[in-house]
Design a protein around this ligand. Structure first.
Ligand SMILES: [Fe+2]
Length: 317
């Protein structure tokens, strides 16, 4: 009984149309029915984001995590300080719905395996005394490239008033592993076998809330190219192109219509077996990035505890 990955996140939002526009501009495919929008990666057979329109402000409704088995999960959740709760009205009653020690709702589901990703061409980098790409250009003219194609939701980052308590719940209650952390301010948890460096991460805040969902793309070029294209379409603030220290992934974040973030990522560290991984407690200097542009002033601001504070940064057309 353990979490093996993230399935989706569900947000309550005020204006469904602006949410659908933002995520379809990012490359997701939308299915809208009434006040609910479901978004999935092209080529996937399941949803990665659910938007519930008509709320007064944006709020994280729940995160859905994939588990290998629910056997023994109820006892482990309760022992770790969580609560088993009823499925919210109109949501799937299968699986296990739990509330973590801070009231964040999590849906645990034994979901079928995803469609396998197709192998992409190697991202080749010529280096001193290591020439791997000869007699051809790496780059085509910029107009040759199609729009970014999100391949799968890799991780979500959420806010919590107590990062280490949230990590303890994920490890003791849900069978996950601590990948790395930076003091008690940000921490990253992974599945214990064959996992991206992080599946769900936590940042310190006065309350719970959604920070970002991160989608894998083919390579670092697509992170940078897709990020720039989404900034141009959405006219929102951004942070990137850059590279994280923790997890090593290349990133580009674009602010969503409610002050939280969407991330494209590529080349994340992979944890094959958490029993053979040693978590590092990084200094705060490495908590956000190894290199990249200046961090936006509100990058780690939780607008769910400050709903009137968000002033969208409109980018000139
Ligand atoms: Fe991320």
């Amino acid at each position: 009984m353990a979490v093996t990955g993230v399935l989706s996140f569900t947000l309550e939002i005020p204006d469904l149309a602006s949410g659908v526009a933002f995520y379809t501009d990012a490359g997701l495919v939308a299915d809208v029915e009434g006040t609910t929008a479901r978004l999935r990666c092209p080529g996937q057979d399941r949803d990665s984001i659910v938007l519930l329109g008509g709320a007064p402000t944006k709020r994280l409704h729940h995160v859905a995590l994939r588990v290998d088995s629910l056997s023994g999960m109820t006892d482990a959740v309760v022992r770790a300080g969580g609560t088993v709760v009823a499925a919210p009205a109109a949501f799937c009653a299968t699986g296990l719905w739990v509330s973590d020690p801070h009231g964040m709702l999590i849906h645990l589901a034994e979901h079928a395996a995803d469609i396998a990703l197709a192998e992409v061409a190697a991202f080749q980098v010529n280096a001193p005394a290591r020439l791997v790409r000869k007699s051809r250009s790496a780059m085509l003219p910029s107009k040759s490239y199609s729009t970014a194609k999100p391949l799968r939701l890799g991780h979500v980052l959420v806010f919590t008033p107590d990062v280490l308590a949230s990590v303890a719940f994920m490890t003791d209650g849900l069978g996950m592993g601590l990948a790395d952390r930076a003091q008690d301010v940000i921490a990253f948890t992974c599945a214990r076998k064959d996992s991206d460096h992080h599946v769900i991460a936590f940042a310190k805040s006065p309350g719970i809330g959604f920070h970002h969902g991160s989608f894998m793309v083919a390579d670092p070029d697509e992170v940078g190219r897709g990020g720039r294209a989404l900034v141009d379409k959405a006219k929102r603030g951004d942070w990137g192109f850059g590279r994280h220290t923790i997890g090593s992934n290349f990133f580009h974040y674009i602010q969503d219509p409610w002050g939280s973030w969407f991330e494209y990522y590529s080349d994340m560290d992979h944890i094959e077996d958490h029993d053979h991984w040693t978590p590092t407690n990084y200094a705060m200097a490495d908590s956000l990035a190894n290199w990249g542009p200046k961090v936006p002033h509100d990058f780690v601001h939780n607008y769910e505890v400050d709903p009137n504070g968000f002033k969208p940064q409109q980018i000139a057309a």
